[in-house]
Ligand binder design. Structure first.
Ligand code: FES
Length: 575
């Protein structure tokens, strides 16, 4: 780390410093925008990478926040430049934002590399924007600090507190079961999105915000600040100020992130009962650092990490309650023995220094070590002949009675077929059946959508069934719940065994033993494989072709194979 405040040491100096015709052009065009020498000379240029879009409902406050970041940058003597980057809005982008996570990561890396940017504020929040921005910034290896969008305020309907996503699925089931009228359903629609910000359950957005802070990539206390409270504005200003200091200190991701930081992120995600999606994203983030994070490492940490945050969908409360109870810092302060407290962070302090003295205000929301939500294993890795490279289940969000279960499979070849047949009164299904969806993985869908919480058939809902064993090569939303086995690898479209399962085959899961088993003989598997069509062809053109040719499987993080590993850090030539 250096901090000699020598303007010639700044990266942007290569663009603006020399007395040559090219630099003349750079400076004169800034002047064309109304800037003067005093605006940028001898000041770090701070890029504000803003994922605002009118089609990203979770980031609707980002125009105001970008101005607040700008204020902080000016206060600290930097030159702020706002740069729009692709916005991945979970609700409106189809088929799934996951198809585009790596595209935003590539854009982030290249935008940072090709411009005169000395440090960056990464503004994200809605699920995939977080890992994408981090992955790109790590590969560009330019000083960067993350500003999370923050969760929405709690929603209220009649006398009920509603949680994003989770309560949509819950009340939709009640509607299908005939227990909810049209006007109540409309009432929920009108109330459940109460403010700007990300889903206020412990979905993927809040999980990744916590993971990011635990890894040291955002300011202490930032992960849980609700999007629309005044503290969020102050956080934006502070983040801008800190980015300027990071530029002088040359605090690049490579100087503060390592395997121990990744462990801290993973441990935090387990302790908050976080989204299963965090596993995929953390493997990809670690991959950009040249660190191979395996599912076995995840399993090892899962066996020793208690779930302390009692937040929906696996618990009772919402993100605003978590914030009021002391938030992530307070929770981490209760588990320092499970963390690498010596890891450095963007604040300049270690993680241990940051959380020292953080106080839990409410033991119901952030449990004590003696009274956890689960002693360990909130999310588990399973292996077996149906998932040779692993699959995961969020066991704390499942019906405990189903964690050891054997039943006959009902197989859906793809999502449209499942949608057409699932509520058919003639479907031969019971509460003991195992619902299976294939062609839903990184290649199959394509894009690895959140289809893994298959709907419960309507006739079973009407009979009172609310959970069943469901298996797929899909992901599921962090706001989802149920006995859903996800991320089966290799996926069916890549020739995984899931492609060969047939309706009526017996499937067994044993979560305490971390096993999944398909009761079929080797000979039968060989016979079916000989009859099968083989892996799926890549699309003819465009980004989807690039994606299909290079995306890796779930157990490897779904990054593009050519982006994994440490980047050589090549700087553009300036001619
Ligand atoms: Fe954006 Fe849930 S839809 S965080």
């Amino acid at each position: 780390m250096t901090d000699d405040r020598n303007p010639a040491s700044l990266r942007s100096h290569r663009w603006f410093g020399p007395d040559d015709v090219r630099s003349f052009g750079h400076r004169s065009r800034l002047k064309a925008m109304g800037f003067d020498d005093v605006d940028y000379q001898d000041r770090p240029v701070i890029g504000i990478l803003n994922t605002w879009s009118e089609l990203n409902t979770c980031h609707s406050h980002f125009r105001a926040r970008a101005e607040e970041v700008r204020r902080g940058i000016l206060q600290a003597g930097g030159f702020p430049v706002e740069v729009p980057v692709m916005s991945l809005g979970e609700m409106l982008m189809k088929p799934t934002t996951m198809l585009y996570r790596n595209l935003l990561a590539m854009e982030t890396e290249e935008v940072l590399r090709c411009h005169p940017i000395d440090a960056a504020v990464l503004m994200g929040g809605c699920d995939k924007t977080v890992p994408a921005l981090l992955m790109g910034a790590i590969s560009a290896d330019i000083p960067s600090i993350f500003l999370p969008a923050g969760p929405m305020l709690k929603a209220r309907w009649k006398n009920v507190t509603l949680g994003s996503g989770s309560d949509v699925w819950k009340y939709w089931d009640e509607r299908l079961a005939g227990n909810l009228c049209d006007s109540d359903w409309k009432g929920i629609e009108n109330c459940i999105g109460r403010s700007a910000g990300t889903c206020m359950t412990m979905g993927t957005a809040s999980t990744m915000a916590c993971v990011t802070e635990a890894m040291g990539f955002s300011l202490p206390g930032s992960a849980n600040v609700p999007a629309v409270v005044s503290e969020h504005s102050r956080l934006a200003v502070q983040t801008g100020r800190r980015a300027v200091e990071m530029a002088w200190e040359q605090l690049k991701p490579s100087t503060f992130l390592d395997a121990k930081s990744i462990d801290n992120g993973l441990t935090a995600s387990l302790a908050i009962g976080g989204s299963t999606n965090a596993i995929v994203h953390l493997i990809a983030i670690a991959g950009r650092l040249g660190i191979e994070l395996t599912l076995d490492r995840f399993d090892e940490l899962s066996r020793s990490t208690p779930v302390l945050a009692d937040i929906r969908p696996s618990g009772r409360y919402l993100m605003e309650d978590f914030y009021d109870a002391g938030g992530l810092s307070a929770m981490l302060a209760r588990m320092t023995d499970l963390l690498h407290t010596d890891c450095r962070t963007v604040s300049g302090a270690t993680l241990g220094e940051q959380i020292d003295g953080a106080e839990v205000i409410n033991d119901e929301v952030i449990r004590t070590r003696e009274n956890p939500v689960a002693a360990a294993g909130g999310t588990c890795l399973l292996r077996g002949n149906l998932a040779p490279n692993g699959c995961v289940i969020k066991s704390i969000a499942a019906d405990p009675k189903l964690l050891q279960h054997r039943g006959p499979a009902i197989v859906f070849d793809d999502y449209p077929q499942m949608k057409e047949r699932i509520h058919d009164p003639d479907l031969d299904v019971t509460a003991d059946s195992v619902l299976i969806l294939r062609s839903a993985g990184p290649l199959g869908a394509p894009g690895f959508p959140e289809w893994g919480m298959l709907p419960i058939p309507q006739k079973l809902l009407q009979a009172g069934v609310r959970d069943m064993v469901r298996l797929s090569d899909a992901r599921m939303s962090g706001t989802s719940y149920g006995t859903c086995v996800l991320h089966i690898a290799p996926e069916s479209a890549a020739g995984g065994p899931l492609a060969l399962v047939r309706t009526g085959d017996e499937i067994e899961i044993d979560v305490p033993e971390r096993k999944i088993h398909w009761h079929v003989s080797e000979e039968e598997v060989t016979r079916r494989r000989a009859e099968s069509g083989g892996p799926k062809e890549a699309p003819e053109r465009g980004y989807e072709r690039l994606y299909a040719k290079h995306v890796t499987q779930a157990d490897r993080g779904c990054d593009f194979d050519f982006l994994m590993g440490r980047s050589p850090g090549k700087e553009p030539s300036i001619h």
